[in-house]
Design a protein around this ligand. Structure first.
Ligand SMILES: [Zn+2]
Length: 456
């Protein structure tokens, strides 16, 4: 079905006075209102076409009515009626309100009466695939959520006739199905490491919660979000991450963490655990403090551990490195391991039991990245700095929008933040699927002409 919309715009210009900026500015001002009016015309035309087909059954054969006029039976509101012939019954007494990306739309909507069951309904609604109570379209939803993520939603709302409350945004986030993006299978082969950690979260009525995140780090150093969780046990998180991993893959991979209790065995059957080489030695300070050491007395030991684990890996392709280039790494690695053991012994002799057990506990997880490189040439991450950056990204945004987060909103919103930030294509894909665009509507500018105005 092809139709045309004729638009008449009227302008006045002060000859010799007006500049380009003012012209563009005023055009920008009418852009959204113009689009709203066009949308209203198209919806009205669509409504007319549908009701014409459903009422003029003598002209339109049944196959042209396919997909139209779906409604529940008058007497049995749970069951669909098979009737596809209607009588027009005018318009609803109240126009329909809808929030769109162009602003708030108000449009009249037709009512028909089913000739079979007698139900009154509006066939436009099911044709548009919006429920009887839907108040928003999905482009609008995307724009609002993106504005929330970019923490400029106030500007979005104030700048236009968009009307959505903080509670409305809350409901948008709660109602979203972003979780499904985080259920698609992932292949371990793209990763050199996985990281997990948690951070404090201010929640509803000042309650403190914990936000936890798991990310993958690709071989090219890119962040791939694997999941975010609020107040969830690590064992449940591990189970959910495992469900996403493709089975039967053997691939060298480190799991980096910051000594969080409950993570010592995390993903132990697919990855080799690595204590963060930045936080690991620094944690020794606290252990030795428990043994009664002041900072100046524990510092030399901490510096020594930092030095021992700070083994530089030679640059260049592992495949073409000569054995003699790998030798210094191997030698230093073995010497460092021995010296860590010697340090543990020294701690024991001096009675630093906390220090000794702390160091012993982390000692076989400090060199994982070196061991992996020696075995396979993979350069795996050894600190959780990337994940800390991810938490800063989430934290900054969650904090900016000052309301107490429920577990659900905190989880879903952080999933969205990470997708938009680190998996742009997946994010776009997610919305595209929701919009369900299949090429059933096309519109183009047929002509733009100037004619003298009869009022001049
Ligand atoms: Zn009916």
């Amino acid at each position: 079905m092809e139709q045309e919309i004729i638009i008449a715009l009227r302008f006045k210009l002060a000859i010799g006075e007006v500049n380009l900026n003012e012209i563009v500015f005023q055009l920008k001002e009418i852009r959204d209102p113009l689009m709203l009016q066009i949308l209203k015309r198209i919806l009205t035309a669509y409504d007319d076409l549908i009701c014409e087909r459903l009422s003029q059954t003598g002209i339109y054969p049944s196959k042209t009515r396919r997909g139209l006029g779906r409604h529940f039976r008058k007497d049995e509101p749970e069951r669909f009626c098979r009737g596809r012939k209607v009588r027009k019954r005018g318009y609803r007494s109240h126009p329909r309100h809808l929030s769109t990306v162009f602003g708030k739309l108000k449009f009249p909507i037709r009512v028909v009466e089913c000739s079979r069951c007698g139900a009154f309904y509006s066939p436009l609604l099911s044709a548009l695939q919006i429920g009887a109570y839907a108040r928003k379209e999905t482009n609008f939803e995307q724009e609002v959520i993106e504005a929330v993520i970019d923490t400029n939603y106030r500007r979005l709302i104030n700048g236009r006739s968009i009307d959505i409350s903080v509670g409305g945004i809350h409901n948008l986030v709660v109602g979203s199905d972003v979780d499904r993006v985080y259920q698609t299978p992932v292949s371990l082969e793209q990763f050199s490491g996985i990281m997990a950690d948690g951070t404090g979260l201010k929640q509803y009525r000042g309650q403190k919660g914990e936000l936890r995140a798991v990310i993958g780090v690709t071989t090219s150093g890119r962040v791939e979000p694997l999941g975010t969780f609020t107040n969830t046990d690590w064992s449940i998180i591990e189970q959910q991450i495992k469900e996403r991993l493709k089975q039967n893959e053997r691939h060298p991979l480190s799991f980096v963490y910051d000594g969080e209790p409950g993570l010592d065995q995390f993903l132990a059957d697919v990855a080799q655990s690595q204590r963060c080489t930045w936080h690991g030695p620094r944690g020794l300070y606290h252990a030795l403090w428990q043994d009664g050491l002041k900072k100046k007395d524990s510092q030399p030991a901490i510096d020594q551990v930092k030095h021992l684990i700070g083994i530089e890996l030679p640059e260049g392709d592992f495949e073409i490195l000569k054995e003699e280039d790998k030798e210094p790494v191997k030698t230093r690695y073995q010497a460092s391991k021995e010296q860590i053991q010697a340090l543990i012994e020294t701690f024991r002799e001096k009675g630093y039991t906390h220090g000794a057990s702390y160091l012993e506990n982390i000692s076989d997880r400090l060199f994982t990245h070196i061991e992996m490189w020696l075995q396979s040439g993979v350069i795996a991450p050894k600190t959780i700095s990337l994940l800390e950056r991810v938490f800063r990204e989430i934290g900054r945004r969650l904090k900016r929008i000052a309301w107490g987060w429920s577990d659900k909103v905190a989880t879903k919103l952080s999933k969205m933040i990470l997708l938009k930030q680190y998996s742009r294509t997946q994010w776009e894909e997610y919305w595209k699927q929701k919009l369900d665009i299949k090429g059933y509507f096309q519109i183009e500018i047929a002509s733009v002409n100037l004619s003298p105005c009869k009022h001049f």
